[in-house]
Design a protein around this ligand. Structure first.
Ligand code: ZN
Length: 142
């Protein structure tokens, strides 16, 4: 599936709760009821203890940039109007590491450790992509 040439994720029974959360403006993570591990992306079992008792819970939607790069050459024509754009690994406050786009962020502002907050971009009626932007002053936790 694609919109404006962008390739979009497909929902599956395993990811349905995740995408449902995104449509509601909620970033959901799987919590293992056996060992407490928190994980993303969705899996059928806990990646730490292999337990299958997983529960979806809403994330606070905050984290810090762990790594990033600026894309100056678009991968496809669909991205041509968006370069340069930032792709980052964000360490969520709950633990998981998430690859994402960063918006509303200048090259001089983006650093490792920058506090960020999730936003959602509706790409179609099913897929609302979680992305991040720098946290506003009132959202900064440190
Ligand atoms: Zn576990």
């Amino acid at each position: 599936m694609s919109t404006h040439g962008h390739i979009l994720p497909r929902t599956t029974p395993l990811t349905e709760a995740y995408w449902d959360g995104c449509r509601r403006g909620e970033l959901r993570l799987q919590h293992c009821l056996d060992c407490g591990h928190v994980q993303l992306p969705p899996r059928s079992h806990c990646t730490r203890c292999r337990g299958s008792r997983l529960e979806w819970r809403a994330s606070a939607g905050r984290g810090r940039v762990a790594s990033f790069t600026w894309i100056h050459i678009p991968l496809t024509e669909a991205w041509a109007s968006e370069v340069p754009y930032a792709v980052a690994l964000v360490r969520l406050d709950e633990g998981p590491l998430m690859m994402t786009n960063l918006h509303d962020c200048s090259e001089s502002q983006l650093t490792v450790g920058l506090e960020v907050t999730v936003t959602f971009e509706a790409r179609d009626e099913t897929i609302h992509l979680p992305q991040f932007r720098p946290a506003r002053e009132e959202e900064v936790t440190s």
